[in-house]
Design a protein around this ligand. Structure first.
Ligand SMILES: N[C@@H](CCC(=O)N[C@@H](CS)C(=O)NCC(=O)O)C(=O)O
Length: 204
């Protein structure tokens, strides 16, 4: 069975677990706790030189990194990827947005504020205003979009929603006030009510 090299608290890994559960894709999980730094050890780096999870390892030993790429692999041919060429490209547009405009601020603030030791966070504290400013810009763009349409692409739930849900639903842990974004709050409820939805903390 394929192995997901996983970190339970990671939103990037959660995206993959959520899509796999909704697609009925069987996985075995191998856990890499944040504090153990095992993704920087030689045996893991041999599988993924980027030194990060999620990493999907297939039965034949091939390894795929990057949450967005893994989502596309798992969901290939399914309803989570729009059939229409334009809608599919729009889905990818939001997934790339998530990786460049959203995750580096919303996820990073959460990690350092809520999950790293206090001394380590203190060394990063000066970056908090920038994380919050840039993260709030991304959240505002999402909120504006969701004020006009229920889903990010193709008029229905897709990988773009899964990718953006990963760190948006827990942004409060990074000091973001989701009450400022009513359209996002309504969308979070729509996502959480999709069939076979699982929570980030849920055991596999
Ligand atoms: N762009 C990557 C980011 C992956 C990433 O940042 N992984 C983090 C957990 S969320 C990690 O492995 N951190 C451990 C480390 O960097 O040593 C993705 O979307 O998969």
């Amino acid at each position: 069975m394929p192995v997901l090299h996983n970190m339970q608290i990671s939103g990037n890994c959660y995206k993959v677990r959520l899509a796999a559960k909704q697609l009925g894709f069987a996985l075995t999980l191998k856990e890499y706790p944040l504090a153990a730094r095992l993704t920087r050890q030689p045996d893991f780096l041999a599988k993924n030189p980027i030194g990060r999870v999620p990493l999907l390892e297939l039965d034949d030993g091939r390894c795929l990194a990057e949450s967005g790429a893994i989502l596309c692999y798992l969901a290939d041919g399914s309803d989570l990827i729009p059939k229409d060429r334009w809608a599919r490209a729009k889905m990818l547009e939001w997934m790339f947005f998530e990786q460049y405009e959203h995750e580096p601020y919303v996820a990073v603030a959460r990690r350092w504020i809520a999950y790293e030791p206090k001394e380590a966070f203190e060394a990063k504290r000066a970056l908090v205003p920038e994380w919050h400013a840039k993260g709030n810009e991304a959240l505002q763009i999402m909120n504006n979009h969701l004020g006009e349409t229920d889903w990010f692409a193709g008029g229905r739930y897709s990988l773009a929603d899964i990718a953006l849900y990963g760190y948006t639903h827990c942004a409060g842990e990074g000091g973001f006030e989701l009450s400022r974004y009513p359209a996002i709050q309504a969308w979070l409820k729509r996502v959480a009510s999709q069939p076979n939805h699982i929570a980030l903390s849920e055991a596999w």
